[in-house]
Ligand binder design. Structure first.
Ligand SMILES: *Cc1c(COP(=O)(O)O)cnc(C)c1O
Length: 376
């Protein structure tokens, strides 16, 4: 294991490869793989992750917003990029960078059509999203004919895929609901393709969908969290390897007498003579205040040191009374050995929130770069 000398998020590309191959092993050979790299590839590094996946032959990328897609193009990513939630204002910029929008209301469809026509585009690839029960984004099932008619009037656009999103693919107690969603998606996508009269990629599943509903993989799957090493249950997670490990170092150690306080608002009062270490990471880095007061902990070697008192903006204090350690020693928040899932659960949240919240201030370090890749 490498040692760090400042707060660092290590990104292990060997683990990314493992997760990608594990997910691929759950698919039929012909099923396409879309990697979701929104939100800096779930808080890691979107460019590094996308370059690595592009090399491994991923078929598609997805981001949430146009600006995220622009950043990937500017870094040299050539693979098609689906933008899940484009905002009207940025549609033109999206075309400039060959980004493919998800169209989810008549208004955004018409706006995009107008822009594409003005630019004399022919068959510009777009993706049509239907709402099948999540009630977040997407055309309603009864808008199908309207959408198809609108699209048939223009040669500027061509539908590349028709998709929807599952609301509870990870929750097997909601299986009847999910099966209904799958059924609805199946009939909707079939009649949509019949109405348009040309082949269109169908996709529905996210990571948990891939693992729990093999009958619903259709032509392509959209995986995010699994690539980064987490599932939505112990059973799902056990085959993945977390790609990111968050580490820091001890800046200073204080001997705090019984009855003395630590940190802002004197939120921790020492019940015995204690040894308290200060770590250079705080809520501005993504370790939220809900991890204070002993809820969160860091690992030093094989020992756990709880966070004491309030989390500060740039620092936390941890109790190392019974741990042999000194200034400069490395501490680990989460990663390959200490799951972000466990830390997240302690603070009443999920791995997705903890890993995507690690701020851009934290240094990223890439490990296990493939030998033939020099530019990552
Ligand atoms: C974020 C997202 C995904 C990825 O989901 P995971 O659970 O991380 O695999 C897939 N599809 C859509 C529409 C999303 O917004």
């Amino acid at each position: 294991m490498s040692k760090v000398t400042e707060t660092t998020l290590e990104i292990n590309l060997a683990s990314l490869k493992h997760n990608f191959e594990f997910l691929k092993s759950k698919l039929m050979d012909k099923t396409l793989f879309l990697a979701v790299v929104k939100a800096f590839a779930y808080g890691s590094d979107a460019v590094v992750v996308a370059k690595c996946l592009q090399k491994m032959g991923v078929d598609y990328f997805a981001v949430a917003y146009i600006s995220e897609g622009v950043a990937l193009r500017q870094a040299g990513i050539k693979t098609p990029i689906l933008v899940l939630h484009p905002q009207e204002k940025n549609l033109e910029l999206g075309i400039k960078h060959c980004l493919e929008p998800s169209l989810y209301t008549l208004k955004i469809l018409q706006t995009f059509e107008r822009i594409a026509q003005q630019q004399n585009q022919k068959n510009y690839p777009v993706h049509i999203k239907f709402n099948t029960g999540l009630n977040r984004l997407g055309f309603e099932p009864n808008e199908l004919d309207l959408v198809a008619e609108q699209l048939s009037k223009t040669s500027a656009l061509k539908v590349r895929s028709v998709f929807s999103h599952l609301a509870a693919s990870e929750d097997l107690e909601e299986k009847p609901f999910t099966l209904e969603q799958i059924k609805l998606y199946k009939s909707l996508s079939t009649s949509f393709i019949e109405t348009l009269g040309y082949p269109i990629i169908k996709h529905l599943c996210n990571t948990s969908g891939v693992l729990n509903y093999p009958e619903a993989h259709f032509d392509m799957v959209r995986c995010g969290i699994g690539l980064y090493g987490y599932g939505n249950s112990d059973k799902e997670t056990k085959n993945f390897q977390p790609i990111a490990t968050l580490k820091s170092v001890i800046s200073q150690i204080h001997l705090v007498k019984k009855g003395k306080s630590v940190g802002y608002n004197r939120a921790f009062i020492s019940s015995e003579d204690s040894k308290i270490a200060t770590i250079p990471i705080g809520h501005a880095d993504g370790i939220g205040r809900h991890f204070g007061h002993g809820v969160g902990a860091v690992s030093i070697g094989y020992e756990k040191a709880p966070i004491v008192g309030n989390v500060c903006m740039d620092m936390i204090m941890i109790d190392v009374t019974n741990i042999e350690c000194e200034e400069g020693d490395e501490v680990v928040f989460f990663g390959s050995e200490y799951s972000a899932e466990t830390s997240a659960a302690a603070a009443n949240t999920i791995s997705y929130e903890l890993i995507t919240g690690i701020s851009q201030r934290v240094k990223r370090k890439v490990l296990n770069i493939p030998l033939d890749e020099t530019s990552l």
